[in-house]
Design a protein around this ligand. Structure first.
Ligand SMILES: [Mg+2]
Length: 344
């Protein structure tokens, strides 16, 4: 088997390799006291805090599968780190370090590759700084465009945010509006144009930003780590993702359709189509968590944007209900669309 170094020599000349490396050795980047040795040696060395657990997650974004081929480099970098940060947020972890593996295709000329790398690395380091997470190693190869990031973070030993902890009568909460990224994808791919035909240019840009620059809910996750009974981040759509909690916790749920927070960019759609987009669109990276009713008022006061969308039940299955004033007035809905399956 080839070692990493010899693999690099086979696929890329030394000068190309050094050029790329130069974009990822930013002296301005986050420098943490728990890193004994950062980029530049065969391994990085960390000295983790003894009183915490460590949480790890990894995600790969592939051009044409997880983002459209013409996505700008700054958006690719932002999203690749943000979706990983979002997994840390879903566990209530505090970001610490990350590694990056970048596969880059042949570009027309050195100048276009340098411009691409400069935009990519500036955006990556800017988001890293926002969350005090340090790049501690990486690998670059020539090939189809793809970005893999692995993140690590500190997790309080008392944190209980797992998919398996939901209990009957828990409230189901989401941290923000849903469906914006799905409209953003339609705009980026110029498909289903009737879904965004009435939007202003400003609203369209907001939807594209929801797709390309998702916000990892790190602060929110940290606030919830000892209160939420269960949690995950919404990558595939509320319907698909909530089912993971229901299965792991061996419970069911009722969602109240009118309570689902709809992204402002869903306004061209009728109510039913908007709910379907919000429930199955995916890529929103808000958190969905469950908690005891008694704990909800204090959390709602701290985060007024959080929305209660339903309740965990001991009866299995996921039911979608309209809001009648009384439970027996509520009509059950069927959603036909399946969960987000990327677009590859
Ligand atoms: Mg996740």
């Amino acid at each position: 088997m080839l070692t990493l170094e010899s693999e690099l020599r086979e696929t890329m000349s030394r000068s190309e390799f050094q050029l790329i490396q130069s974009y990822f050795s930013d002296p301005e980047q986050v420098s943490r006291s728990d890193i004994v040795l950062g980029i530049g040696d065969d391994c990085a060395i960390a000295q983790p805090r003894k009183q915490s657990n460590l949480a790890f997650s990894i995600d790969t974004l592939i051009s044409g599968v997880h983002f459209p081929d013409d996505t700008p480099p700054e958006a690719i970098a932002y999203k690749a780190l943000a979706v990983n940060l979002s997994d840390l947020a879903a566990m209530g972890a505090e970001p610490a370090w990350f590694t990056l593996s970048l596969s880059l295709p042949e570009m027309q000329c050195d100048k276009s590759r340098e411009e691409w790398l400069e935009k990519f690395s500036l955006s990556l380091f800017s988001l890293a700084k926002e969350h005090n997470i340090q790049l501690i190693g990486g690998d670059t190869t020539k090939g189809a465009l793809s970005v893999t990031i692995q993140v690590s973070g500190y997790l309080d030993k008392s944190s209980g945010m797992r998919r398996s902890g939901a209990k009957p009568d828990d409230l189901i909460i989401v941290t923000g509006p849903l469906g914006g990224a799905a409209i953003g994808l339609d705009i980026a791919l110029k498909q289903n144009t009737e879904q965004f035909s009435c939007l202003s240019e400003h609203d369209k840009q907001d939807a594209l930003n929801a797709l390309n620059y998702p916000k990892a809910r790190i602060k929110e996750g940290l606030s919830l780590q000892t209160i939420a009974h269960s949690a995950l981040d919404l990558s595939d759509g509320l319907l698909s993702d909530l089912k993971h909690i229901l299965k792991a916790s061996n419970v069911g749920a009722e969602l109240i359709l009118e309570k689902i927070p709809l992204a402002a960019s869903l306004t061209c759609l009728d109510k039913q189509a908007a709910w379907e987009k919000a429930l199955t669109g995916g890529d929103d990276y808000e958190l969905c968590f469950t908690l005891a009713k008694d704990d909800w008022p204090a959390i709602k006061e701290q985060y007024p944007q959080f929305i209660e969308v339903g309740i965990i039940t001991s009866q299995k299955g996921l039911r979608l209900l309209g809001t009648g004033r009384l439970p027996h007035d509520r009509q059950e809905y069927k959603i036909k669309t399946r969960g987000y399956d990327h677009f590859g």
